[in-house]
Design a protein around this ligand. Structure first.
Ligand code: PLP
Length: 383
C-alpha cells in the first residue's frame, strides 16, 4: 500500500516518535509545579519555543502552543474579533479557507459580525487588490491561508499583507500557514502577518500540538479559561512531549525544505502532466501551486468511489481534505474556483511526502489507469 495523504496527516519522523515516547516517560511532571521536575518540564517548553521562533524568524515570546492548528485558527480569529470588538465588527476572509477559519467566521457572523468572503480566480488565487478593496475602517481582521489544503493553490501573501495594511494599518492580518510551511518560504515577517498558524502533524511531527505566532503587542481574547499558561492566552496543562517533538519537526521541516522541493516537485509535475492526458479527468491543481498537492476530478463520479477503487489497487488517497472527506456535498473550494457541481463532487487529492519515489509515481499512474478502466466497466454494466 502506498500512502498519498500527507496533507491530512504525515507519518512522524522516527526521531519525533522517539522524543514523544522518551518525554512521556521522563518528563511527566506538570510544568507549572514548583519542584525541580516541574521546572525541567517548563524549561523544555521554553527551549521548544526558541526552536520554533528561530525557524520562523520571530521572537520566542511570540510563539504560543495550542492543541493544533484548528485551535490556533479559532483563537486567532475569535480571539482578535472579541478583543478588538471596540474597533469594529468586520472581518475579511476568502472562500477557500479551511473549515477552522471559515466556520469561525460564520460563527462570528451569527454573533453580529459582518464577514466579507473574497472570491478566488479560476486557479484558486485571490487578487490582493480585491482583499485591499474589502478592508474598511471597521475591519478588525483579515484571514487568508498560505496554501489551499484541497487544490494546493498558493496565495500571494506579501502582496496581500501590503494591501491590507495600506487599506487600514490597524487591521490585523492572520495567515493559516498549515499547508505552506516546509514546502514554500514561510515567515510571518515576509507576509506582514500579525498572526500565523502552524500544525506540526502535517510536517511529520506529532498530533496534539499546534502553534500560533502572535506578534508582540497584539492581544487576543482567550477562548479557554482556567490558568495562566501560554501568557494567559491558552489555559490547560501543556502537552510537553508533543510540544518538544513538534518543535523538532518544525526545525526539520525548515531545514529540509530545499531538499523536499527539489525531490518532490519533478514528481508532482510528472503526475500533473500524466493526469492531463486522461480524458475522463479534470485537473484542479497547477504547476504554480504548492509542490505537494495534486487534485483532480472525475466529473459525474463521486470522489469516494474513485478513492475506494484506488485503495483496492494499493493507493491510499483523499477525496478532498481530511476534515471534509465525509461530506456528501460538492466541495466549497471547487465551486469557488468555478467548477460545476458534478466536477465538485468527484475530487481526488494526492499529497506527496518526502519519502515518495519515482517508482511510487509509476505505481500510482498504473493504478489510476486501472481505476478508470474498472469504473468505466462498472458504469457500462449499470446502464
Ligand atoms: N488549516 C489547514 C489549511 C489545514 O489543512 C488543516 C488540517 O487539515 C488545518 C488548518 C487544521 O489543522 P489541525 O489538524 O492541526 O487541527
Amino acid at each position: 500500500m502506498i500512502y498519498w495523504d500527507y496533507a491530512a496527516a504525515a507519518p512522524p519522523y522516527d526521531e519525533v516518535a522517539r522524543t514523544v515516547e522518551q518525554l512521556m516517560r521522563l518528563h511527566y511532571a506538570n510544568p507549572s509545579s514548583l519542584h525541580r521536575a516541574g521546572a525541567e518540564a517548563a524549561a523544555l517548553i521554553e527551549r521548544a519555543r526558541e526552536v520554533c521562533a528561530a525557524a520562523l524568524g520571530v521572537l520566542p515570546g511570540e510563539i504560543k502552543f495550542t492543541s493544533g492548528a484548528t485551535e490556533s485558527n479559532n483563537l486567532a480569529i475569535k480571539g482578535a474579533a472579541l478583543h478588538y470588538a471596540g474597533r469594529g465588527r468586520h472581518i475579511v476572509t476568502t472562500e477557500l479557507e479551511h473549515p477552522s477559519v471559515y466556520e469561525s467566521c460564520l460563527q462570528l457572523q451569527k454573533m453580529g459580525w459582518e464577514v466579507t468572503f473574497v472570491r478566488p480566480d479560476a486557479a484558486g488565487a485571490v487578487n490582493p487588490e480585491d482583499v485591499g478593496a474589502a478592508v474598511r475602517r471597521d475591519t478588525v481582521l483579515v484571514s487568508v491561508m498560505h496554501v489551499n489544503n484541497e487544490i494546493g493553490s498558493v496565495q500571494p501573501l506579501p502582496e496581500i499583507g501590503r494591501a491590507v495594511k495600506a487599506a487600514n494599518p490597524r487591521t490585523l492580518f492572520h495567515v493559516d500557514g498549515v499547508q505552506g510551511f516546509g514546502k514554500l518560504p514561510a515567515s510571518p515577517g515576509d507576509f506582514g502577518a500579525d498572526l500565523y498558524s502552524l500544525s506540526p502533524h502535517k510536517i511529520r511531527g506529532p498530533r496534539g500540538v499546534g502553534l500560533l505566532y502572535v506578534k508582540e503587542g497584539i492581544q487576543l481574547f482567550p477562548l479557554l479559561s482556567g490558568g495562566s499558561h501560554e501568557g494567559g492566552l491558552r489555559a490547560g496543562t501543556e502537552n510537553v512531549p508533543a510540544i518538544v517533538a513538534g518543535a523538532k519537526a518544525v526545525r526539520m521541516a525548515a531545514e529540509r525544505r530545499g531538499d523536499f522541493v527539489s525531490r518532490i516537485l519533478p514528481l508532482r509535475n510528472r503526475l500533473l502532466a500524466f493526469l492531463r492526458e486522461i480524458p475522463e479527468f479534470t485537473v484542479n491543481s497547477s504547476e504554480s501551486g504548492a509542490p505537494h498537492i495534486v487534485h483532480f476530478s472525475y466529473p459525474g463520479m463521486k470522489g469516494e468511489v474513485m478513492a475506494r477503487q484506488l485503495e483496492q489497487l494499493g493507493m491510499q488517497v483523499s477525496t478532498r481534505s481530511a476534515c471534509s472527506s465525509r461530506l456528501a456535498e460538492p466541495s466549497r473550494v471547487l465551486l469557488a474556483i468555478g467548477r460545476d457541481e458534478s466536477t465538485a463532487l468527484g475530487g481526488i487529492r494526492i499529497s506527496f511526502g518526502d519519502e515518495h519515489t519515482p517508482a511510487d509515481v509509476d505505481a500510482l499512474e498504473q493504478a489510476l489507469l486501472g481505476a478508470v478502466k474498472a469504473l468505466k466497466i462498472a458504469e457500462g454494466g449499470m446502464r
